[in-house]
Design a protein around this ligand. Structure first.
Ligand SMILES: Nc1ncnc2c1ncn2[C@@H]1O[C@H](COP(=O)(O)OP(=O)(O)OP(=O)(O)O)[C@@H](O)[C@H]1O
Length: 346
């Protein structure tokens, strides 16, 4: 087996505050393979941004990786300095599209000038080569190559998002991390983004890590998924496995909180409560207070990620009741009038 492109191995990240340390990510493990699109899903406050910022050195100054390893192409990078990240990782290897990416273009510069700035600092491309490449990338993200000399304000929100993606692809990075790329956009624009992401996938061998609170976005556009709750990875695996057989209680409920093309009439579930803010060391399952199936054991120690029975090897879930989940889910399935396989009973 080839080594993963990016791997989080038992990573814990804390923020120091005057109330004590907040554990934003706790013992998180998952990996991203070369050429794959992966999705990291979780509600607000679950630690998604913290986890991805730890890769590119963007953590707030009171935050740090307190244990575990982050491996990029097999190399430990969790302790890289700013200078090392700039030299070895940013733009060339990993580019990051932040949550408020619409504001990340310089309003006073033509987008082509912004591309040339990146090229002059991080590559050996001549001006003509850089502009040619930028035109090609505009084409890939579905913008007219004639528009590379426009100013950001001449683009709509969705077009700016595409221009930023073209910049992120510019130096041919191995991985793009896109933080909530569709959140601020209407459904038509979201649909266009999925279409151009498909085109990026078909035209490049770049891997993508998509951060989102919307599990259906990941089911639609990724191959792998990791679900985060209260800083813990609850479930991970191929999208196919997790879509067909969600096994952690949070994933089961999260999937039912979003529309699903298979069950157009299904009533959407509401998951009561919020992910907890974890002050100090994490001593229990982060989902225990919201889980309909919690038992005493869930309070005693956070469960580890284990393989899901009758699934492929990569499918893992962190729940003490993994083995009973089929029967437990049956209660919900019956209520929704579905068979266990997901087809309708009637
Ligand atoms: N600088 C900070 N100092 C203290 N706590 C922080 C800091 N930044 C984030 N946190 C806390 O860490 C936890 C995880 O936050 P994070 O922003 O990573 O979650 P998220 O899933 O990305 O949420 P969102 O989708 O709202 O961005 C939360 O409890 C948050 O309050």
């Amino acid at each position: 087996m080839t080594e993963p492109l990016l791997e989080f191995r038992d990573v814990t990240i804390q923020y120091q505050t005057n109330r004590g340390p907040i554990t934003a990510v706790s013992g998180a493990s998952f990996s991203i393979e070369q050429g794959e699109f992966s999705g990291l899903v979780g509600e607000s406050g679950s630690g998604k941004s913290t986890l991805v910022k730890s890769v590119i050195g963007g953590l707030d100054s009171n935050g740090s990786v307190t244990s575990g390893k982050i491996l990029y192409k097999g190399e430990e990078i969790q302790d890289y300095t700013e200078a090392e990240l700039n030299k070895h990782i940013r733009w060339k290897e990993i580019s990051y599209i932040p949550q408020s990416s619409m504001n990340s273009l310089d309003p006073l510069q033509r987008v082509s000038e912004q591309a040339l700035d990146i090229a002059s600092v991080h590559s050996d491309l001549s001006k003509a080569e850089a502009l040619e490449r930028f035109r090609e990338l505009f084409e890939i993200v579905g913008l007219s190559p004639d528009r590379i000399d426009d100013y950001p304000h001449q683009f709509s929100g969705g077009m700016q998002q595409r221009a930023i993606t073209a910049l992120a692809l510019f130096l041919d990075p191995a991985l793009i991390i896109a933080d909530e790329p569709t959140t601020a956009l209407d459904v038509i624009m979201q649909d266009q983004i999925f279409k151009y992401l498909d085109r990026v996938k078909a035209s490049t061998d770049t891997s993508m890590l998509l951060i989102t609170h919307d599990i259906s976005v990941v089911f639609e556009s990724c191959e792998q998924i990791a679900v985060l709750h209260g800083g813990q990875v609850c479930e991970s695996g191929s999208v196919e496995d997790v879509y067909r057989n969600p096994t952690h209680p949070y994933t089961v409920l999260l999937q039912r909180a979003f529309p699903d093309i298979r069950y157009p009439d299904r009533q959407l579930e509401i998951i009561e409560g919020h992910p907890p803010e974890q002050l100090g060391e994490v001593t229990e399952c982060s989902f225990v207070d919201r889980c309909p199936w919690a038992v005493d054991e869930c309070h005693e120690h956070p469960p580890s990620l284990d393989g899901v029975a009758d699934s492929t090897q990569s499918h893992q879930s962190a729940c003490y009741r993994n083995d009973e989940m089929r029967e437990l889910k049956g209660e919900l399935v019956e209520l929704a009038g579905l068979t266990d396989g997901g087809e309708r009973n009637d």
